[in-house]
Write a protein that binds this ligand. Structure first.
Ligand SMILES: Cc1ncc(C[n+]2csc(CCOP(=O)(O)OP(=O)(O)O)c2C)c(N)n1
Ligand SMILES: [Mg+2]
Length: 1034
């Protein structure tokens, strides 16, 4: 029993963490030194390695914690039994005890290894797997001071110098890599050498946070393989060539444009060969298309060397020749700085195939492009029927500061495994230059690594020293293989440095003087690699010179070409978009009415549940009512109007996707797009059954993660891939969209103008004042209107045959009031030859309002039916007064213009007070402003006082947008000016709405009364707040 007693004594010492302080055979610093020695020594093959492999002892058999007293007794008991009769214990224990008492017939040379030592060795190996990266040499500058965890010190486990040349068996049942059960015995020295090589070299692997054993084993296999990686001469030359390109590209730009900002990659040049090797490997493994998102740093280098944007074009942009010469009908937009632009290219692969690369244009806002790239990738997977998600890959490049700091990184990561958002894994590459502008990591994040956020997603993280080209390439390749094997996210953290300032005209030594002292004398990754290859004898100086000359010659040739470079076509039309019109090309307006029989047919499909399906009682009733609506053709409500729009688009072959928080049922319990069987829990989505054999994803409705920024960005990216899809994001309440405002500001409202990329994304923002308090009333309509670019003082060409107003405008903002009009505005998104984002102030109380109903005849295209204008059935930008007015109504004393649900309250009040001489018009489309229809209505009521009525406070809602435009119309008609417009609405306010229900009601009553009052309305504004006791809204 000696083995056991000794062992348990050692354990106690180890637990008390005394040993390392008392009789450590090396101190921590010495561990480092001795291990350096190991690195460069050849690992000699122990004679024991040829010995037969002992039977493994499954750790699983050691069910109790070995270190506690119970285990001691247990093991003693077990050993006693074994001594009495070796067959009385499990075979594995038999083997185990034989090993430890020197009787292991199958394993000469390991006699004397105690179970305790075995366990300690396992812990040591495990410590390397868990913490080895903390000792890895990741920082090229060698400035980082990290404390090496004590559990990487063999002394911590009681091993002494005398143990170094003893042989140990460390195989573990169902374990891969270093600990695999078929491992031969090895000396402690060689075990340590290999552990150091595997975990503490220039790649630090973090993967032990992954719970999945197979994944960990897979990685262990890759990381711990007995021979360190080796590249043959040919591969090395390719890598060298790529590094030369990367390095010379930056040098060339620096020489030619000394004062231009380019956010150079110097210090992180190995990114380029790393990416290229990653893409090659991905292509070998079946990837056909890669969507890339990246920030400013090194973007031009990636554009030129990876995506292969013509160098002449990049150089020409540097020289200021960015604005393309106009070709007829080709829209140029407002443009963007060169380091934001995107492009795409079909690149030949190593295996002779082609891989499509697209770099998505992005704003300065760091990381905002992440969800967009992922969404676009998902759409590509849908359109290429990539059900395994192995042909289309998203690659995101990050800066260290932004990866750690920007919340959207986390929001994007969290989409990665959601059924309707997954893309089968994104590869993340962090260009970790250890500084963010002027901020050191210690001020920029609270975690050890800038990549720690990815651990929450169980993504493996490969930290790699950016100066070691081959290590970078290895990590990049491994990431590609991981992604293609496990279809989940992976991170490569290239630890590098920034040779110059944040940009080329920035002075870094103001803030990082010490770092830059080191950087100044630090050789480039290219110099380091060339030295390595020369030393290996695989490459000669002549080879290197030849490669340099070739690259420089091409760069100079391209530079000369750039002087005459004339960009010919804007590349805003990718494959699926050909034939779509730019804002300058007149597009026909199409009708959106649908044949009555189609409406009836799809109506049936969307209101029918399977025979034995048992929905919730209330839902059953709703579906019965829906059946009635379709059968009678009357009283169609909002949800059915929406479902009809979706269904008819599906019938026409379009893809429809609706995503957002709780959209399947609908926040307001109105949609019920997915119904749940109350007994089985099974789900049924009627819109999945509109056409025969409908592809499951053709209609997608999906509850999303609770992220606005991430999910809206994703849907935006999704919408940009193919125009024949209606992609919708719905906010829970409209105001929550402010968490995603980067997407609105930087992409949706301005993307077409900056980057010539169209999208028909629809955003539904529940809006309306019904007493729910400040945070649930307003979708902040004013913000979207303020971003609208239709000129308030110029009436554009409005003749139907010439009108391009909507094409020229950046987006559309609507506040529709009938289910039929909602149906048409959704269908209009697809039935046109261009795409424009659509912001919808979506209703809340209108979802069930008794008067907010349409008849089926308003959806069809039958001449003479309501809604059928001269041209056919279309979305109504303005709904004129519902009373039967003729073209000239001189007796009308007031025209109230409004938008949204306040209409119904105004109409009710009008009926109540019998104000037949007041007309109410609904401006359904606020932007672009319906100048023509407003003019028509103003002419109809020549004597009317003109009122803008809104329920929002004066500094919110549409008031500020309407005023100048309505004023422009009035001026044009000789009806006065802006000053003659009367305002009825809430007083200016800091909060969007009151938190007191009574106050809300008072305000609401007051404004509808006022709009319908007998006396003329005062200008500019008078509104008294009633002084009543109010109860807060609960
Ligand atoms: C959302 C956002 N906030 C702030 C900035 C301003 N900014 C531009 S670059 C930068 C530093 C980025 O650091 P890092 O992510 O480490 O990238 P690096 O420039 O070091 O490559 C900052 C703060 C920005 N562009 N976007
Ligand atoms: Mg940085």
């Amino acid at each position: 029993m000696a083995w056991f007693r000794v062992a348990s004594g050692v354990t106690k010492v180890a637990i008390g963490r005394n040993l390392a302080q008392t009789r450590s055979f090396v101190t921590r610093t010495r561990v480092l030194l001795s291990q350096n020695r190991y690195f460069h020594s050849t690992v000699s093959v122990s004679k024991a390695q040829t010995a037969p492999v002992p039977h493994p002892v499954p750790l699983s058999k050691l069910t109790d914690n070995f270190l506690d007293g119970t285990s001691n007794l247990y093991l003693e008991e077990l050993q006693r039994s074994w001594e009495a009769d070796p067959n009385s214990v499990d075979k594995s224990w038999d083997n185990f005890f034989r090993n430890f008492v020197g009787q292991a017939a199958t394993s000469p040379g390991i006699s004397g290894q105690t179970i305790q030592e075995s366990m300690q060795l396992l812990l040591l190996v495990r410590a390397y797997q868990v913490n080895g990266h903390l000792k890895a040499k990741l920082d090229p500058l060698g400035l980082e001071q990290r404390e090496i965890p004590e559990d990487l010190d063999p002394a911590f486990y009681g091993f002494t110098e005398a143990d170094l040349d003893r042989e140990f068996f460390i195989g573990v049942w169902r374990m891969a890599g270093f600990l695999s059960e078929n491992r031969p015995v090895q000396t402690l020295r060689s075990i340590l050498t290999r552990l150091e090589q595997a975990y503490c070299g220039t790649i630090g692997y973090e993967y032990m946070h992954i719970a999945d054993r197979d994944k960990c084993n897979w990685l262990r296999d890759k990381i711990e393989t007995p021979t360190p990686r080796q590249y043959n001469q040919q591969r090395r030359e390719v890598m060298l060539d790529r590094l030369i390109w990367s390095t010379h590209f930056e040098n060339f730009l620096a020489k030619k444009w000394t004062a231009a900002k380019r956010f150079g990659l110097e210090g992180g040049e190995t990114l380029i060969p790393g990416m290229k090797e990653m893409f090659d490997r991905a292509a070998d493994l079946g990837v056909e298309s890669i969507v890339i998102g990246m920030p400013h740093r090194g973007r031009l280098n990636v554009l030129g060397n990876v995506v292969r944007k013509p160098l002449a074009q990049i150089f020409s942009e540097f020289s200021g020749g960015t604005k393309p010469v106009d070709e007829v009908g080709l829209y140029t937009g407002s443009g963007d700085v060169k380091y934001h632009l995107g492009t795409s290219y079909d690149r030949p692969t190593r295996a002779g195939n082609r891989i499509h690369l697209s770099l998505v244009a992005n704003p300065s806002h760091l990381e905002a492009v992440d969800p967009v790239v992922v969404g676009k990738t998902r759409a590509k997977q849908y359109y290429s029927n990539d059900v395994e998600r192995t042909k289309n890959l998203a690659v995101l490049i990050h800066g260290d500061g932004s990866f750690a700091g920007q919340g959207v990184v986390y929001e994007t990561l969290h989409l990665s495994a959601l059924p309707n958002y997954s893309t089968g894994g994104t590869i993340h590459i962090v260009v970790n230059n250890q500084v963010a502008f002027t901020t050191d990591p210690r001020s920029g994040r609270s975690s050890q690594y800038c990549t720690d956020v990815a651990k929450a997603l169980n993504a493996p993280i490969f930290h790699v020293n950016g100066d070691d080209l081959e290590a970078v390439v290895h990590a990049c390749e491994l990431a590609a293989v991981w992604r293609q094997t496990f279809h989940s996210d992976v991170v490569v953290d290239i630890v590098s440095y920034r040779r110059f300032g944040h940009n080329e005209i920035d002075e870094p030594t103001f803030t990082q003087p010490k770092m830059y002292q080191v950087i100044r004398n630090h050789p480039s990754a290219l110099e380091i690699y060339e030295k390595k290859l020369l030393e290996s004898g695989q490459v000669t100086q002549e080879d290197i010179d030849r490669m340099h000359n070739k690259v420089n010659t091409i760069l100079n040739e391209e530079y000369l070409k750039s002087k005459d470079y004339v960009p010919k076509r804007r590349d805003w039309l990718s494959a699926y978009w050909s034939g779509f019109k730019s804002p300058e090309q007149l597009s026909r307006i199409r009708n959106t009415g649908v044949k009555p029989e189609i409406l009836k047919n799809v109506g049936k499909a969307i209101t029918t549940l399977p025979e034995n399906f048992k929905p919730h009682r209330a839902v059953k009733k709703i579906f019965e009512q829906r059946v009635q609506m379709i059968e009678t053709g009357e009283g169609i409500d909002w949800a059915v109007g929406e479902a009809l729009a979706f269904a008819t688009l599906l019938v026409e072959g379009n893809h429809v996707r609706l995503s957002g928080q709780d959209v399947e049922r609908g926040t307001f319990s109105h949609r019920h797009a997915v119904v749940h069987d109350q007994e089985t829990g099974e789900k049924y989505c009627p819109l999945d059954h509109v056409i025969a054999n409908q592809n499951e994803e053709m209609f997608t409705v999906s509850n999303s993660s609770l992220s606005e920024f991430g999910v809206l960005g994703f849907e935006l990216g999704y919408s940009m891939e193919n125009p024949n899809s209606l992609v919708i994001w719905e906010a829970q309440f409209g105001d929550f969209a402010n968490g995603a405002h980067v997407i609105f500001d930087q992409f949706l409202s301005s993307g077409e103008s900056k980057w010539l990329r169209q999208t028909g994304l629809v955003v539904l923002l529940p809006h309306g004042y019904d007493g729910q308090g400040p945070e649930h009333s307003s979708a902040r309509l004013e913000r979207y209107l303020q971003m609208s670019d239709d000129n308030p003082y110029v009436i554009p060409e409005m003749d139907q045959t010439l009108c391009k107003q909507i094409q020229e405008c950046n987006w559309q903002v609507v506040n529709v009031t009938t289910p039929a009009n909602y149906f048409h505005v959704l269908r209009r998104q697809i039935h046109r030859e261009f795409r424009k984002p659509l912001i919808v102030m979506a209703p809340k109380n209108l979802l069930r309002h008794k008067d907010c109903k349409s008849n089926l005849s308003e959806f069809d295209d039958v001449q003479g039916h309501p809604g059928f204008d001269k041209q056919g059935t279309r979305f109504k930008r303005l709904i004129k007064d519902q009373n039967d007015h003729s073209d000239l109504e001189e007796g009308i004393r007031r025209l109230v213009l409004c938008s949204g649900k306040v209409y119904y309250e105004l109409d009710e009040e009008r009926k109540k007070v019998g104000a037949k001489d007041i007309a109410i018009c609904r401006v359904e489309q606020l932007c672009p402003f319906p100048y023509d229809l407003i003019q028509r209505e103003l002419k109809r009521y020549p004597n009317a006082e003109i009122v803008w009525c809104q329920e929002e406070p004066m500094n919110m809602g549409a008031y500020s947008y309407i005023m100048p435009r309505l004023g422009t119309v009035m001026k044009a008609l000789g009806r006065g000016s802006m000053e003659d417009i009367k305002y009825v609405g809430r007083a200016p306010s800091a909060a969007t709405a009151t938190g007191f229900y009574q106050m809300h009601s008072n305000e609401q009553n007051e404004l509808v009364h006022k709009a319908m009052q007998q006396e003329p309305i005062n200008y500019p504004f008078s509104f008294k707040i009633p002084e009543k006791q109010c109860e807060p809204i609960s």
